[in-house]
Design a protein around this ligand. Structure first.
Ligand code: PLP
Length: 386
């Protein structure tokens, strides 16, 4: 009765079961996986946001497959702020970066075609690709005083069915940016093989290093789909507004195809599109709060790390997460379950993000500062006691 592609194993994993059990007891939880910006104590200008959502123009339906001019104009201004000056014709709105991936996969791939994806990275890719009948092929990121793309393995993973390479800039959870030399190499690889770059820039604005990273939105060296949205930029995932910027060779044909897909769904609601200029403008106030929390939590983490010898952290260039290196005395999953059950601290095991080997935990740097400090204290106490 059902498609093979939906034949997922939906039994909860041991960690989700442990989390459900913990929640059922009503005991307090220090959630160091918290990544929903609307629930970690940031202040929003509620009045301005609600007012923008009640624009009387929302009572008329005037669909534009690419999204309204005013919303796309606001996105173009945002991109200009990130160093990419572009025409609003290059922008197509979607309800999320996740939907943007689906549209791009649909534009590039026949069933069974392949997309290269970094590992470790964001776990949702598997579902996004699976639903679109796309095969994900992983290319490794290697850590040596900082993360780098293993280009030799990346090139070895390319087959005649490879249609594109995903770059998460900065990556979740490794927090590293693509460097200018990486971009040049990706351009060379993709342009010589008729492949596209799919650049996910949802965390681009959250840089922990002094040189601001350049957006892929102005990239011309290969066909490039650059995606971002309000979820992270303005901390408003519930607004369901994101976008794809198309640049580089064959961009016109790519856009014409994307536009038909977008026209088929017309998925972004009129009230959200009308509010987009204001919601994007709200990013500065939001990002100031996030940046100060990221700095405070990272400082606290380093302060606690410097007082012990068992754990360390990997370099963070940007994004909302830190990767901890901990003694691999048991599997990451067992460790995360024990932390939850005995210490009331919830962290993500590295294997959730496809880290090779045990000994990695991922913590969210946007968790409220007190929870973060106490959660890290309990986590480290575990290793000091052992
Ligand atoms: C790297 C990355 N891309 C995309 C998304 C999803 O974003 P959206 O809410 O726009 O679908 C996330 C969400 O956490 C993410 O971490």
């Amino acid at each position: 009765m059902f498609s093979d592609r939906t034949n997922w194993n939906l039994t909860p994993n041991r960690l989700s079961e442990a989390l459900a059990q913990h929640r059922a007891t009503g005991k307090p939880l220090l959630d160091l996986t918290a990544s929903n910006p609307t629930e970690v104590g940031f202040a929003y200008d509620s009045q301005a946001i609600l007012q923008a959502l009640s624009n009387p123009a929302a009572l008329t339906y005037r669909p534009d497959p690419k999204g309204s001019m005013s919303a796309r104009h606001a996105v173009a201004l945002y991109c200009a702020d990130r160093g990419a000056s572009l025409s609003i014709d290059t922008i197509i709105l979607t309800t999320g970066t996740s939907e943007a991936y689906s549209f791009v996969f649909r534009t590039l791939c026949n069933p069974g075609d392949e997309i290269l994806v970094p590992t470790p990275s964001y776990p949702l890719f598997d579902f996004l690709a699976n639903i679109q009948d796309v095969h994900l092929i992983r290319y490794p990121l290697v850590y040596d005083n900082g993360w780098q793309i293993d280009f030799q393995s990346l090139e070895a993973a390319i087959t005649p069915r490879t249609r594109g390479i995903i770059v998460v800039h900065p990556n979740n959870p490794t927090g590293h940016f693509a460097r200018p030399e990486d971009i040049a190499k990706l351009n060379q690889i993709c342009s010589s093989r008729e492949m596209a770059i799919i650049a996910d820039e949802v965390f681009l604005d959250f840089s922990a290093v002094s040189n601001p990273a350049v957006s892929f939105a102005g990239n011309k060296g290969a066909l490039t789909f650059t995606m971002s949205g309000l979820s992270k930029i303005s901390g408003l995932p519930q607004m369901k507004v994101a976008w794809i910027v198309t640049s580089g060779p064959s961009q016109r044909q790519a856009r014409a195809r994307l536009e038909v897909i977008a026209d088929t769904y017309l998925s972004v609601s009129t009230p959200a599109q009308l509010a987009t200029p204001l919601l994007l403008g709200e990013r500065r106030a939001f990002q100031n709060q996030v940046m100060s929390r990221l700095r405070a939590n990272l400082n606290e983490l380093d302060r606690q790390l410097s007082a012990q010898t068992s754990c360390s952290r990997l370099a963070v260039e940007g994004g909302w997460y830190a990767v901890l290196r901990v003694p691999a005395t048991r599997s990451d999953e067992d460790l995360a379950i024990e932390l939850l059950a005995r210490d009331g601290v919830y962290v993500h095991p590295g294997h959730f993000y496809d880290f090779r080997g045990d000994g990695f935990l991922v913590v969210s740097l946007i968790a409220p500062e007190r929870d973060f400090a106490e959660g890290i204290r309990r986590l480290m106490a575990k290793f000091e006691a052992n």
